[in-house]
Design a protein around this ligand. Structure first.
Ligand SMILES: Nc1ncnc2c1ncn2[C@@H]1O[C@H](COP(=O)(O)OP(=O)(O)OP(=O)(O)O)[C@@H](O)[C@H]1O
Ligand SMILES: [Mg+2]
Length: 262
């Protein structure tokens, strides 16, 4: 069984940072079969993971559509190859293979025109690919409306990440409130308050208490993250005793169900 973990939240709250360090934590716990999906069109999870990125699913879709013969719908130069097989092959090729974690970047959702049929095929392929991994981590673009729609139908753990402001927490609550309207089955959702300096203020604590999902944890502001990002270093290389890594370890321990052996 695959455990799927997704990140949502307003822009710049720390989704990609948390996603990369959840992956680091899972690897430290012994996981070695993880799929990271970057569902943000301006893909940058690869940088936090220290992995190269050459091709996105969006690129693959555009390339394929360029090859469709408008007269008969067949793929030019590939007689007998159907679109599913073509996409399946290309996605396998675009998968970036790292140590313990592979990465797939979704890229741009769609260009002009409706490619619903292609998107449907893509979701089926990615869904099936995900099932061959122990963990799938999905880093989403800001907001909730995009959440995983192109990648999966089932999410075991959703983290809604917020900055440490009352306005941010109110926005996170709104995002969390949208989860039931989606055609995605979300088992458990948690709020994460990121970049906290010291304790939560009473006003923040009150706002957090009013959120419709439980608090998964608080992550301190960590100057090491600031300096590593300023220097373009991969966050997965943060030392294991850094405050942010320790905070995320404890969140994962309390919110991600332990895998059944076998
Ligand atoms: N706990 C933290 N301590 C210090 N800096 C942090 C922390 N979390 C995130 N940051 C910084 O905040 C910025 C935004 O983080 P990140 O890119 O993870 O957010 P995001 O939610 O993925 O943004 P986007 O919506 O653009 O995808 C980065 O520059 C990162 O270095
Ligand atoms: Mg991001």
């Amino acid at each position: 069984m695959t455990t799927t973990i997704a990140l949502a939240g307003k822009g710049g709250t720390g989704k990609t940072t948390v996603a990369s360090l959840v992956i680091k934590t899972l690897i430290a716990q012994g996981a070695d079969n993880i799929l990271a999906i970057d569902a943000d069109p301006s893909a940058n999870l690869n940088l936090a993971l220290g992995l190269p990125l050459e091709q996105t699913i969006g690129d693959i879709r555009e390339d394929m559509l360029d090859q469709v013969n408008p007269m008969n719908g067949n793929l030019n130069g590939r007689p007998g190859m159907n679109k599913f097989d073509y996409l399946d092959y290309e996605i396998e090729y675009a998968l970036v293979e790292g140590d313990h974690v592979d990465l797939l970047a979704m890229g741009r959702p769609e260009g002009p025109g409706c490619y619903c049929a292609v998107n449907h095929i893509l979701r089926d392929i990615i869904d099936r690919l995900g099932r061959s991994y122990d963990y799938v981590i999905i880093d989403n673009e800001a907001g909730m409306e995009h959440l995983s729609r192109r990648t999966t139908r089932d999410v075991d753990v959703l983290y809604v990440v917020t900055d440490p402001t009352v306005r941010g927490v109110v926005a996170a609550n709104r995002i969390a409130g949208m989860r039931d309207e989606m055609d995605i089955n979300i088992k458990n959702a948690y709020l994460i308050v990121n970049r906290v300096a010291g304790e939560l203020t009473p006003a923040l604590q009150e706002a957090v208490d009013q959120v419709g999902i439980p608090l998964g944890g608080i992550i301190p502001a960590d100057p090491q993250v600031t300096s590593m990002d300023a220097n373009g270093q991969a966050l997965v290389n943060l030392p294991p005793d850094s405050v942010i890594v320790q905070a995320i370890e404890s969140i994962v321990q309390q919110t991600v169900p332990a895998r059944q052996p076998g």
